[in-house]
Design a protein around this ligand. Structure first.
Ligand SMILES: Cc1cc2nc3c(=O)[nH]c(=O)nc-3n(C[C@H](O)[C@H](O)[C@H](O)COP(=O)(O)O)c2cc1C
Length: 358
């Protein structure tokens, strides 16, 4: 049942400062998660729509991307809205304010956003507390996205990630090493292959593949050369991580500082995703979570046809509201019927079989 029309709400909210609206919405959603049922008409049915992504069972193939609920305040709301998995963070070991405001900008006509937030968050201890509380209530997978504090030197960056690994190893359903935000000086340098190898070695020294019981992803930038993306895929495989999340926001210096998301990112992000999916044909055990400009079922379908499974959204949720999910669900229902299968899992298996014979 959908009672609150998002379009009306958006007409009001979009008159205000984007960050103010964001903070207000998260606070409200955190306090009154039951509002979700007034805003969403998604049918939650894990058997029909659930998919296995690494060792997690996503309840629906569309999850919430990192950055929306940085401090894990509104997971129950987002799970009631119908997201299949929810990624919180980016969290840094210590709380930090992030960059100066204003730092969030809408491009209404282009369904896009530019942000230069700079990992504003309440720190790892607060996030852990919130995560433990919400895990008692929801059974949706919750991933935690890790970053480094701005004041941590480049040399010590990996120590921040290691601290976060230690802290969240028992309670996050999956963890994400975010080396790809354009808003923390030097962070993207951690994607250089040699640096990445050294850092992955450190992580494996502290947490071998068998002792770290959680899925581990690496989130990458859409601004990497495809040859470098291939090298990262090889490294992720070599170190037996679970997979990649592609992509983070893109830089468009002509628009100003920060990272761009939404429609303006879609093409670049999709190019990287499709490149990774082609590479993964050789190593099907690796997962790819697709994110960047996903806004319709067609985007999901193109990803599935190339061999992908799970996607995430953020910007399209801001522009379309929760009905984004019910629209995708309605179109999934049609495709399931047309293909004479009962579940998304079966559908994806059939696509994978057909691809093997291509
Ligand atoms: C306001 C905002 C904040 C974000 N914060 C983070 C973050 O903290 N960590 C992260 O990994 N990605 C962050 N992202 C990137 C998103 O997770 C996602 O990768 C990107 O926006 C592309 O997806 P979209 O086009 O669906 O928004 C942020 C994006 C936006 C718009």
């Amino acid at each position: 049942m959908k009672i609150v029309p998002y379009d009306l709400l958006k007409n009001v909210l979009f008159n205000f400062d984007p960050e103010l609206v964001h903070d207000f919405s998260i606070k409200l959603a955190g306090r009154y998660s039951a509002i979700a049922s007034l805003m969403s008409s998604v049918t939650i049915d894990k058997l029909k729509y659930g998919i296995n992504v690494g060792s997690c069972n996503w309840h629906f193939p569309v999850g919430l991307a990192a950055g929306m609920d940085k401090d894990c305040q509104a997971v129950e709301f987002f799970s009631r809205v119908g997201f299949g998995a929810i990624e919180v963070g980016t969290v840094t070991p210590l709380p930090q304010l992030g960059n100066d405001k204003p730092r969030l900008f809408r491009y209404k006509d282009e369904n896009s956003i530019r942000n230069k937030m700079g990992f504003n968050n309440r720190g790892s201890e607060e996030l852990l507390k919130n995560l433990l509380a919400v895990k008692k209530i929801v059974d949706v997978p919750v991933g935690v996205n890790f970053g480094k504090n701005k004041l941590t030197s480049q040399k010590d960056a990996i120590k921040d990630y290691l601290k976060l690994f230690d802290l969240f190893q028992n309670d996050a359903d999956y963890v994400v090493m975010n080396f790809s935000s354009p808003n923390t000086p030097g962070l993207r340098d951690l994607q250089q292959i040699d640096r990445m190898r050294e850092n992955f070695q450190e992580i494996r020294k502290q947490h071998s593949a068998s002792t770290f019981r959680r899925d581990i992803y690496v989130k990458i930038s859409p601004d990497l050369a495809l040859a470098d993306v291939s090298e990262i895929v090889k490294l992720v495989k070599e170190f037996s991580f679970t997979g990649l999340i592609a992509t983070n926001t893109t830089i468009m210096p002509e628009r100003g500082e920060g990272g761009i998301s939404g429609e303006l990112l879609k093409k670049k992000s999709e190019t990287v995703r499709f490149h990774i999916l082609d590479e993964l044909r050789e190593c099907p055990e690796l997962q790819l979570i697709g994110v960047g400009g996903v806004s319709t079922f067609d985007d999901v379908w193109r990803f599935w046809k190339r061999g992908g499974k799970a996607v995430q959204v953020l910007t399209s949720l801001i522009f379309n509201g929760p009905s984004l999910l019910s629209q995708i669900q309605n179109e999934i229902d049609v495709v399931l019927k047309l293909n004479l299968v009962a579940t998304v899992g079966e559908l994806l298996q059939n696509i994978a079989q057909a691809k093997k014979h291509e």
